[in-house]
Design a protein around this ligand. Structure first.
Ligand SMILES: Cc1cc2nc3c(=O)[nH]c(=O)nc-3n(C[C@H](O)[C@H](O)[C@H](O)COP(=O)(O)OP(=O)(O)OC[C@H]3O[C@@H](n4cnc5c(N)ncnc54)[C@H](O)[C@@H]3O)c2cc1C
Length: 425
């Protein structure tokens, strides 16, 4: 069977749905093809969505989004070393614009908005190939159906199998991605509020690195949602083989931390899963009739503890949707040059491209093993030497000297690392 649409979108994740919403609102005939049984069933992430960039492109949707989870008012970074945990925490009365929610809940809600706007979402529909002829894409093949369209929007996520199969992007290498493993615990909201000393609808984010993951590059997270707690770890895949742990073993290591253990005690595990996420800026593929958004287009930033995938997937989808709409209104033959200039126009008012440029400049610094081993140990031991009075009170200078000696650091080495790396991070 052959069907014809204005635009066909591959993947009902935040990116594909953002594009579909914009195009459907403007009256275009749009279909979203999703391989999962229902929207949201295949999506997995950590737990926090930053709303600031979304509020710039879709203020109305953003207002509703902010009620989908707990508002983040507190963040804690935990440095773990030698059976000690040092926490740095910030808490603010003023909401920073992030929510903790489940990606499934977010995607289900967004799918409803997209259908109300007039787009079709077809589930259990796995796209098998793109129709590429020379420099142009004219549609997709989905089982025995050919779905033709003026423009194909590829929002298939980080595993860019369709783009790889068409020879438009190279295969992912282990250095391009990290592996994320997580589980979700259902907990009574009252217990959550008591345990974390939180008010109703207020949430928090905890990140831990160092000994908890045997000092491997990466980190663990805990996101405190309305009635769920998301717990997991992200590890750079290039190091994962040396880590020699199965996914359940990685999750077990998190429960070395007492706070993480308490969650298991009071909650019921309702979900678990694993997925890849980019840790390097991925190459974008575009041609006449084909645009890429979200993870598939490299629209994600991963700078240390900050992962901004969902908001930038959505924002890239919205801007692509607007650019494609304007292009189809203006031109008979969609061209990649016109698309690029229109996309730049729509994205200009958002921090997306500037942040991605920053990511391009700094990502390599976060892969270095010694940040998670030597520097985490140095900071924890410095504070321990300073605060513990077992061997007499020490000045800050003495504590620093002792910790530096213990971790093989010198003032010269610290100054060089500051100039070469930390200054840029
Ligand atoms: C462990 C982990 C933690 C993370 N934490 C955070 C976080 O806290 N905050 C944050 O903002 N981001 C986080 N991210 C990143 C975030 O999940 C992604 O950046 C975001 O989901 C990208 O959205 P997307 O729409 O581009 O792709 P996806 O969400 O991956 O959606 C792609 C969709 O395409 C469908 N699809 C794929 N191939 C086909 C096909 N051939 N045919 C039909 N459908 C197809 C899939 O089923 C899926 O529904 C995390 C990621 C991981 C793995």
């Amino acid at each position: 069977m052959s069907l014809k649409f204005d635009v066909v979108i591959i993947g009902a994740g935040p990116a594909g749905l953002g594009a579909a919403y914009e195009l459907a609102k403007r009256g275009f005939k749009v279909v979203v093809l999703e391989r999962g049984k229902r929207p949201g069933s295949k999506n997995l992430y950590g737990g926090r969505i930053y709303l600031t960039a979304i509020s710039k492109v879709s203020p109305d949707l953003c207002k509703e989004m902010s009620n989908l989870g707990r508002r983040v008012v507190r963040e804690r970074i935990m440095l773990t070393h030698s059976k000690t945990c040092m926490s740095i925490e910030i808490e603010t009365d003023e909401w920073s614009g992030g929510i903790v929610t489940s990606l499934t809940r977010f995607v289900e809600w967004l799918s409803q908005k997209v259908e109300e706007a007039g787009a079709y979402i077809v589930t259990s529909a796995k796209v098998d190939a793109l129709h590429v002829h020379g420099n142009k894409t004219s549609g997709v093949r989905c089982g025995s159906d050919n779905i033709l369209a003026e423009v194909v929007i590829d929002a298939e996520g980080v595993n860019r199998i369709l783009l790889e199969k068409s020879g438009l992007v190279p295969k992912l290498s282990p250095g391009d991605v990290a592996i994320g493993v997580k589980e979700v615990y259902r907990v009574d909201p009252k217990d959550i509020e008591k345990m974390f000393d939180l008010e109703e609808n207020r949430g928090m984010v905890l990140l831990a690195l160092g000994e908890v993951l045997d000092y491997f590059p990466g980190g663990c997270f805990m996101y405190v949602d309305k009635s769920h707690i998301h717990v997991g770890a992200v590890l750079y895949l290039s190091n994962y083989t040396k880590f020699r742990r199965t996914f359940p073993e990685v999750l077990d290591s998190l429960y070395k931390l007492p706070l993480f253990r308490r969650v298991v005690k009071i909650g019921e595990r309702v979900e678990y899963g694993a997925r890849l996420l980019p840790v390097r800026p991925l190459q974008r593929a575009e041609m006449d009739g084909l645009v890429t958004v979200g993870d598939a287009g490299g629209f994600l930033i991963h700078v240390g503890p900050i992962i901004r995938g969902v908001d930038y997937a959505f924002v890239s989808g919205v801007c692509a949707g607007r650019a494609v709409a304007e292009m189809l209104e203006k031109e008979k033959r969609p061209s990649v040059m016109t698309y690029r200039s229109l996309f730049s126009k729509y994205v200009r008012d958002t921090p997306l491209m500037r942040d991605i440029e920053l990511f391009r400049r700094v990502y390599t610094y976060y892969e270095a093993h010694d940040i998670y081993s030597r520097y985490v140990g140095f900071i924890v031991d410095l504070l321990r030497e300073y605060l513990e009075v077992k061997n007499g009170v020490k000045s800050l200078n003495e504590a620093m000297y002792l910790s530096m000696r213990k971790h093989g650091l010198s003032i010269w080495g610290l100054a060089m690392d500051y100039l070469r790396r930390f200054r840029k991070m």
